[in-house]
Design a protein around this ligand. Structure first.
Ligand SMILES: NC(=O)c1ccc[n+]([C@@H]2O[C@H](COP(=O)([O-])OP(=O)(O)OC[C@H]3O[C@@H](n4cnc5c(N)ncnc54)[C@H](OP(=O)(O)O)[C@@H]3O)[C@@H](O)[C@H]2O)c1
Length: 316
């Protein structure tokens, strides 16, 4: 009798968890995390790629409930100025300054002089969000485009983290809580064709910061790796395709993806709860992520058909 009851309870539990899973738009932990609205108060938050998409939604979201100072980076100065105005209209107590910068620039001295000048005392939080994707097989993707993508999506964020590290660790004598937030991608976990260099950069940037996390934890520095699935932004039109040409095409799966505001909300909740990582993504992508992460042998069953579909979509 007891065994029967135990079996029924186990079946009910499994059904409940399976049903609950269908309602998720992020991994279990970050989905259930709540934003602490006071957490971001009085912080200096530097966001790269703040002129559009996830970066812009993130600063708007924080401004809606918190009084803090934003430093906004991207290449287009005018767009950044508009974001500043939007922030002030959302919350007049927030300060926003622009810090235009091209993360495709090579050379350490460029970053050293910029960061020294702008942040003599470092920042409380850096959000490495600037980046772009690709839509081409490796054979059709010019090497100079690989180099640029490595610079923007991987090397520059690593350089910026390293330049800020002393202010977050040894120079942070009161051990004030600091954050490094990395916007990686599902493409850095579930590696697919058409995204070779992009997947490599996104896996690399997450790996660097994952490893760094354990060096900086004693100094009260939290590192969050974010792996978004499809989020409705301009990532599709800004992607670089065959021959290094901009794709300029909207894609259904991106535009029907997670809303950018919801993605920003999940990221804010994950930061204020000091989570190690979060996966903002809708099903079925979220299901596949869970499956290939926790049951890796399924990769060889799931990925070949998904890869074939992707190759066909892009004319291969
Ligand atoms: N949307 C998705 O489905 C998705 C999924 C996974 C990961 N992500 C990641 O999320 C991040 C944000 O992308 P998004 O979706 O919000 O796309 P987005 O709307 O195209 O935004 C990209 C941002 O990066 C900036 N940027 C691009 N190249 C730059 C450079 N060389 N120097 C400085 N800033 C640069 C852009 O500003 P300027 O053009 O003014 O420079 C823009 O603010 C990216 O790292 C992307 O890889 C997005």
């Amino acid at each position: 009798m007891f065994c029967t009851l135990l079996c029924i309870a186990a079946v009910v539990f499994v059904i409940y968890v399976a049903w609950k899973f269908t309602t998720l738009d992020a991994d279990w932990q970050s989905f259930h995390a709540n934003i602490d609205p006071t957490y971001f108060d009085n912080k200096v938050i530097w966001v790269t790629g703040a002129s559009s998409g996830i970066g812009k939604a993130f600063v708007r979201k924080i401004a809606s409930f918190s009084d803090c100072t934003f430093v906004l980076t991207a290449r287009h100065e005018d767009t950044l100025k508009e974001v500043c105005k939007e922030i002030e209209s959302v919350n007049s107590k927030c300060k926003a300054v622009i810090f235009p910068m091209d993360l495709g620039t090579t050379g350490l001295s460029y970053y050293e002089s910029k960061v020294d000048e702008q942040f003599p005392n470092g920042v409380d939080m850096i959000v490495h969000n600037a980046g772009y994707s690709m839509r081409s097989c490796a054979v059709d993707f010019p090497l100079k485009n690989d180099m640029d993508m490595f610079q923007v999506d991987l090397l520059s964020p690593v350089i910026l983290t390293k330049l800020l590290l002393p202010y977050m660790t040894t120079k942070n004598l009161q051990k004030k809580h600091k954050h490094i937030v990395v916007i990686s991608s599902v493409a850095g976990i579930a590696l697919t064709p058409i995204r070779t260099t992009y997947g490599c950069c996104k896996a690399g940037i997450a790996a660097f910061h994952e490893s760094l996390r354990y060096e900086v934890l004693p100094y009260n520095v939290s590192i969050l790796n974010v792996f978004p699935g499809y989020v409705a932004t301009n990532i599709d039109v800004n992607s670089v395709g065959k021959g290094g040409k901009n794709s300029r095409q909207q894609e259904d799966f991106i535009q029907k993806g997670l809303s950018v505001n919801r993605c920003a909300e999940i990221i804010c909740a994950s930061i204020s709860n000091h989570l190690f990582e979060c996966w903002p993504a809708k099903h079925p992508l979220l299901y596949s992520l869970y499956l290939i992460t926790y049951l890796p042998f399924l990769k060889s069953i799931l990925m070949p058909s998904r890869a074939k579909k992707l190759l066909k979509t892009y004319g291969y």
